[in-house]
Design a protein. Structure first.
Length: 314
């Protein structure tokens, strides 16, 4: 009798674990957008020696997938490169995604809006002609390109191809972004001086930590992004490495690192979300504010003082 009760308890426990696992999977993969409550953002109090926002020649935004702050920062075993980078970058310790699942976070960062149907390819709730960061830059005669690893051809707007997923490339949704600004990662300039004014880089589903391990994604960043960051430190360029959402259903606490010549390395506690990062990018270029970025706050911590011009040779 006792053995029967124990066996029944084990079966019930296993069923509850499987049910919970299925519920969590459903929560993150659902076709419904779930907005997560995060700490309220506010304009940060000016720190001693605070400096104004810079005006870098180039900005590159790299987006990784589905990892919480604690899974990356301090995890030197699985993410040795990112923790090395954290020592020479501005690390924002109170950075948050907006929603679960993934896709609405990409739209939040690029256009200040979120779609209502989660990861669905047929996006609902965002007009194809809505304002966005790329369109704003183009209207002011600045260049924008979105680079997506695994995209089969320039201008590709279909839902998926191998490990490429359109849900991670929000610029493909908008008719005010031309095909020429929609590029595979193979088109990313080898000569960084030829970078657009602003670009986004999204690795494929294996390399962005979505479907493969943290260590796999960390190694990809070391190979593909670290040379850019080292160049940026001496060439008036800002590189942002961030994540779309956390792996935690309720907190959505994500890593966000700023690196490059315009950054003062350290840890900063300003509360920021994707909307605040978008607002910052717009303010760097003096652009209007798309969607929810209008009520967001720019990142004011972590900037380095402008460098004095080199002395003229007589």
């Amino acid at each position: 009798m006792h053995r029967r009760i124990v066996l029944r308890s084990l079966v019930l426990g296993l069923a509850l674990v499987l049910l919970a696992g299925g519920a969590i999977g459903w929560y993150f993969r659902s076709t419904h957008t779930r907005v997560i409550t995060v700490p309220e953002t506010a304009a940060a109090s000016p720190a001693p020696g605070a400096v104004p926002l810079p005006h870098p020649a180039h900005v590159v935004v790299v987006i990784e997938e589905n990892k919480s702050f604690e899974q990356i920062v301090g995890n030197t075993e699985d993410a040795p490169y990112l923790n090395e980078l954290a020592g020479r970058a501005a690390v924002y310790t109170r950075s948050y995604g907006i929603t679960h699942p993934s896709q609405p976070n990409y739209f939040a960062l690029f256009a200040g809006r979120i779609n209502s149907d989660g990861d669905s390819c047929a996006v609902r709730g965002i007009p194809v002609g809505a304002d966005n960061l790329g369109a704003q830059l183009r209207r002011t005669n600045r260049t924008f390109v979105g680079y997506a690893e695994g995209m089969p051809t320039p201008g590709f707007r279909a839902c998926i191809a191998g490990d490429y997923a359109r849900k991670h490339a929000p610029w493909t949704h908008f008719t005010n972004i031309p095909d020429a600004a929609i590029q595979p990662f193979t088109a990313f300039p080898r000569d960084y001086a030829k970078l657009p004014a602003l670009s986004f880089v999204v690795p494929d589903l294996q390399d962005d930590m979505h479907s493969a391990s943290i260590s796999h994604g960390d190694a990809w960043l070391r190979r593909n992004i670290d040379p850019l960051i080292r160049w940026a430190q001496n060439h008036d360029t800002l590189v942002i490495v961030t994540w779309d959402e956390s792996s935690a259903a309720l907190s959505n606490h994500i890593p966000t690192l700023f690196a490059g010549a315009v950054v003062r390395p350290g840890r900063y506690d300003q509360v920021i979300t994707h909307y605040d990062v978008l607002r910052t990018l717009e303010d760097l270029y003096g652009l209007p504010h798309a969607g929810a970025a209008a009520s967001a706050h720019p990142v004011t911590q972590g900037w380095s003082a402008p460098r004095a011009p080199a002395p003229r040779r007589v």
